[in-house]
Design a protein around this ligand. Structure first.
Ligand code: GTP
Ligand code: MG
Length: 171
């Protein structure tokens, strides 16, 4: 049959936002890990959608590893940026990291899609995806297609909607 188009996706966001949990949910059931641990450095994960073959660089969000992110900017075709909607205290840190990413020489010039997951919507004082997008000033992103989805990675809610958008933009 037809070979699926191969795309590299960089999964970024602060530690504990749910990146690995999200990527794990997107993998076929028989390939999913039972237990998620904080990522050391990064992991490479692969899965397919109906039209694309994804290679995801699931980066650690811990501050000591964030300097690894930029080494993968050049070869990425899309970015998934994950936010813990319940972590109000660190929303400014998430915004700082996002702004640094978007202003980087290897990203600024690229018209690659950016998918945001406002994750952990199940938490009692989670911010809405509209509030998260306001806090991150996403309306200022004019040179790249972007989309934000509310998600609950533990239940797998909202993830397919996000992946469908990404696939639609990249196919
Ligand atoms: P690093 O690898 O350290 O950068 O973190 P990460 O962004 O990969 O987060 P990870 O997937 O390891 O999840 C961190 C914690 O949040 C885990 O205990 C997850 O079970 C939990 N978690 C992930 N998604 C959700 C969610 O939607 N709701 C709730 N309540 N907890 C979640
Ligand atoms: Mg992780």
């Amino acid at each position: 049959g037809l070979r699926k188009k191969e795309v590299n996706v960089l999964c970024l966001g602060l530690d504990n936002s749910g990146k690995t949990t999200i990527i794990n949910q997107l993998k076929p059931a028989n390939a999913q890990a039972q237990e998620i641990v904080p990522t050391i450095g990064f992991n490479i994960e692969k899965f397919k959608s109906s039209s694309l073959s994804f290679t995801v660089f699931d980066m650690s969000g811990q501050s000591r590893y964030r300097n690894l992110w930029e080494h993968y900017y050049k070869e990425s075709h899309a970015i998934i940026f994950v936010i813990d909607s319940g972590d109000k205290l660190r929303m400014v840190v998430a915004k700082e990291e996002l702004d640094t990413l978007l202003n980087h020489d290897d990203i600024r010039i690229k018209k690659i899609p950016v998918l945001f997951f406002a994750n952990k919507t199940d938490l009692r004082d989670a911010m809405s995806s509209v509030k998260v997008s306001q806090m991150l000033s996403l309306e200022n992103i004019k040179d790249k297609p972007w989309h934000i989805c509310a998600s609950n990675a533990i239940k797998g809610e909202g993830l397919q909607e996000g992946l469908d958008w990404l696939q639609g933009d990249m196919s």
